[in-house]
Design a protein around this ligand. Sequence first.
Ligand SMILES: Nc1nc2c(ncn2[C@@H]2O[C@H](COP(=O)(O)OP(=O)(O)OP(=O)(O)O)[C@@H](O)[C@H]2O)c(=O)[nH]1
Ligand SMILES: [Mg+2]
Length: 378
Amino acid sequence: MMGDPIAVSKVVLILPTYNERNNIGNIIDELQVQFRNISHDMHILVVDDSSPDGTAEVVRKQQAIYANIHLLIGQKTGLGAAYIRGMVYAMDKLAADVVFEMDADFSHKPEDVPRLMAALDGGADFVIGSRYVKGGSIPKKWGLLRRMNSLGGNIVGRYVAGLYKVRDCTAGFRAIRTTLLKQVAFDDLRVQGYAFQVALLHKAVSLGAIVKEVPVDFIDRTEGESKLGLSDIIEFILNAWWIRLHSSKTFIKFAIVGLSGVIVNLGIFTLLLQMNVNKYLASPISIEASIITNFLLNNYWTFRWRKSHDHVSIKGLKFNMVSVISLVVSYSTFILLSVIFPDTPPAIHQLVGIAPAMLINYFLNSYWTFKNAPEFKS
Ligand SMILES: Nc1nc2c(ncn2[C@@H]2O[C@H](COP(=O)(O)OP(=O)(O)OP(=O)(O)O)[C@@H](O)[C@H]2O)c(=O)[nH]1
Ligand SMILES: [Mg+2]
């Protein structure tokens, strides 16, 4: 009414915690300092999964000091589940206009909160504190495995789930308008763990959200332990493929052909064994037979409408080469996982290896073997 109205929003920073006793008190203190530079009504909601280290007690002590601290206690069912509970609470009970996602381990700097908030105020619906845009960074001391894990996650999110335009789609430092969030049916996301980040972002993009990435430096935790496990990685990969299956007819056909290849492979293998062919010979014959039937089905069905310069034999050769590359990728993944998670059964490593192999297989075939070249005149 008086002069330019300044829209003050209620902003709730959701901090999921599991055994963050040595971090949570300090991060609350540092956030309060940052809140002084923001002209909104700022709150913190800690979603603690009954941490045995007594994280909640530290939060209760902070509640006695500050009036803007909320605490939601639950059972440990994963990071995504904790965020969903927190977001529902922030919307329904706290009437939030904006929610933040933020780690409680100082990996995300409290000083960056005003910058994310400013980007949201600038008109975005979904702001990502991004490590992979110009000006952002990951810790220099990260080893090869850690880098590959982070990079691999982003590649899967971007190219499998189809979030091509987002540089950092696995980031856990984000600001989101609840006008957007209210349109998300959380039950339909079907995720429990870290896969939540990609699932929610994908939903936001398909709802037409304006997404903006703000560069941030990601800092390694110095207190407490990482909670990322192999089950999170598996759910993450499955979720990305699930999203893909729902959004691409070509990919569905490709996947059906792939499954038919498994049947051809095992069928011919069994048949050859019954004909008393040596198993060491029967195996490569069956593999090659399935590669050939896969090729023919993809050529005459999946990618039938693609116009190519190449003779069918050249395409067949390319398809075979891609199969060899997939084999190498699948095997490398197997070795990598065996090194990182030595206590997990090898069959799980073998199974997970299928995902990147399938990705390489699909994209190389789609953009190379069966590349569309409509400008070609025969
Ligand atoms: N409530 C809840 N919080 C969780 C759960 N898993 C992780 N967190 C919290 O989510 C944030 C991010 O988890 P981290 O273990 O730091 O995962 P990360 O950042 O990938 O791994 P680090 O390299 O160790 O930092 C932290 O604040 C954790 O305490 C969970 O199952 N429930
Ligand atoms: Mg962390």
